[in-house]
Design a binder for this molecule. Structure first.
Ligand SMILES: Cc1ncc(COP(=O)(O)O)c(C=O)c1O
Length: 479
């Protein structure tokens, strides 16, 4: 529900105290949330609109929203604006999702760019026009010609035995994983892996899953949805800081070691060792989100953590970044000690994933069409990545580029600047370019940055996007 103005707060400028306008507005929103007039998920008016209606400066409203965000009364999302957060004591409240017509797109967040945006550089979206339709159709025909009647019944909640066997071989070859078909659970994407693991660790009495900071905002929201605290662990140039992880007291941590989301750093060898030592000594669980490991351009693949400590790592990946997020197919390899509980959770959740897409994916993997598709998109994405890097150097020369060696996005940082990156992203949006501010994926303040997803656009469009971005931010950044 979007609010158009200040009426819902029943606020009038004439009632405001002299000075202290920000505190007045913060108090009014807080009270309205506390007494239930503003339910979780309700969108607050855009700052400009509310400022106009209250007759105050926009800065007052921006500052009030910032304080309310710090107090977790509201949450802000690029494209979706500011919405009332679920409040403690209302366990039924779910983390609000942006409405379809105003959504922020990207990692575990709903698709669709806000009106006025014609270049959506949200991270995590592959080139959907490259979906291998012909190969899929051929594979689907082959599957329908050969699938038995029994294949179409309720099956093993872990998924099709054929897909699991093919996946075991493929993951061994491409990611160095040593997991048998029996240890793999086919899931509806990494999102479902997180949901299943959250349910399992909660049932075991865990109350927190530590996450990277910055880290995927969508993953954070998903874990919070399952009632877990999500203590932030800082990430530096070597990946997650394991000493800080130990200090959280959490025994489960969600990581993106191969290509940290969103910074793009790789977990350094020393950190890997430290992490695995932590996992062994704390009897901990590392959830390894391998979300875009197939996409790398200038470096050798980073071996999956799972291979080094299968008893402490739950490895998960999906076809969301290789085929399309809408496929909702992924895999989860939990440590053996958690397998039965994960399978029970999968069974309780949906009795197993749809069988036909699983069989088709098995056919694509086994016949080599999946690898051919990956080679094709990798070449295309490298050219797109190069186009963004070139355009950033030209139009945003003070920006520092990070995470460009792999993945579907890169990050531009402004280390010597203290600009609010949400403000920079808002300016970009006004110029028709949607980018995520790094702060969207942060729990604690840090240097500003913008995340630029490039996989879904041609080099020309990307160059245009960055040119517009440069123009929109001109004069904003320190020289
Ligand atoms: C960090 C991260 N993990 C996982 C996912 C994908 O989740 P799923 O496989 O459910 O589509 C994304 C999607 O953007 C992501 O950015």
């Amino acid at each position: 529900m979007t609010r158009d103005g200040a009426d819902f707060l029943q606020l009038h400028r004439r009632d405001a105290p002299r000075g202290g306008l920000t505190a007045w507005l913060v108090g009014a929103v807080r009270t309205a949330v506390a007494d239930g007039r503003l339910a979780a998920g309700t969108a607050l008016p855009p700052t400009r609109t509310l400022a106009r209606e209250l007759g105050v400066s926009r800065g007052v409203v921006v500052e009030a929203y910032r304080r309310l965000t710090d107090e977790a009364v509201v949450v802000s999302r690029v494209g979706a604006g500011t919405v009332v957060a679920p409040q403690p004591g209302t366990p039924e409240a779910v983390v609000p999702r942006p409405a379809d017509d105003a959504g922020t797109t990207g990692p575990l967040l709903p698709a669709r760019a806000p009106a006025g945006v014609d270049l959506d550089l949200s991270p995590g979206i592959p080139d959907l026009s490259a979906f291998p339709r012909a190969a899929w159709l051929r594979a689907e025909r082959a599957v329908l010609a050969t699938a038995t009647a029994a294949d179409l019944g309720y099956g093993d909640p872990r998924g099709s035995a054929r897909l699991r066997a093919v996946l075991a071989a493929w993951l061994a070859r491409t990611r160095g994983l040593r997991a048998g078909a029996d240890e793999i659970v086919v899931v509806a994407g990494v999102a479902q892996s997180l949901a299943l693991l959250a349910q399992v660790v909660r049932a075991r009495g865990e109350r927190a899953v530590a996450i990277e900071d910055p880290g995927s905002r969508g993953a954070r929201d998903a874990l919070a949805h399952w009632g877990l605290a999500v203590p932030p662990v800082p990430v530096d140039d070597d990946g997650v800081r394991v000493a800080d992880l130990a200090a959280t007291g959490a025994r489960t941590v969600l990581l993106t070691p191969a290509h940290q989301f969103p910074t793009g750093v790789v977990l350094a060898p020393d950190r890997r060792r430290e992490l695995l030592a932590w996992a062994r000594s704390a009897d901990g669980l590392v959830v390894e989100d391998d979300y875009d490991a197939e996409h790398r351009y200038d470096r050798a693949p980073v071996p999956a953590l799972h291979a080094s400590a299968p008893g402490h790592v739950a490895h998960t990946g999906s076809t969301s970044k290789t085929l399309a997020p809408g496929m909702r197919i992924g895999w989860l390899i939990p440590p053996p000690a958690l397998l039965a509980e994960v399978v029970a959770a999968k069974h309780a959740n949906d009795l197993g994933s749809p069988v036909l897409p699983q069989l088709v994916l098995a056919e694509l993997l086994a016949g080599g069409a999946y690898d051919r598709h990956l080679r094709l998109v990798r070449t295309r994405q490298r050219a797109r990545r190069d186009a963004v890097v070139g355009a950033v150097r030209e139009h945003l020369p003070t920006a520092r580029i990070g995470g460009a060696a792999a993945g579907l996005h890169l990050v531009i940082g402004f280390p010597d600047d203290d600009r609010d990156d949400a403000e920079l992203a808002a300016r970009a949006r006004d110029a028709g370019v949607l980018v995520h501010p790094l702060s969207l994926h942060r729990q604690r303040p840090g240097p500003p940055g913008l995340v630029l997803g490039y996989a879904a656009h041609t080099p020309d469009r990307l160059a245009d996007a960055v040119r517009r971005l440069g123009r929109a931010l001109a004069g904003q950044l320190a020289r």
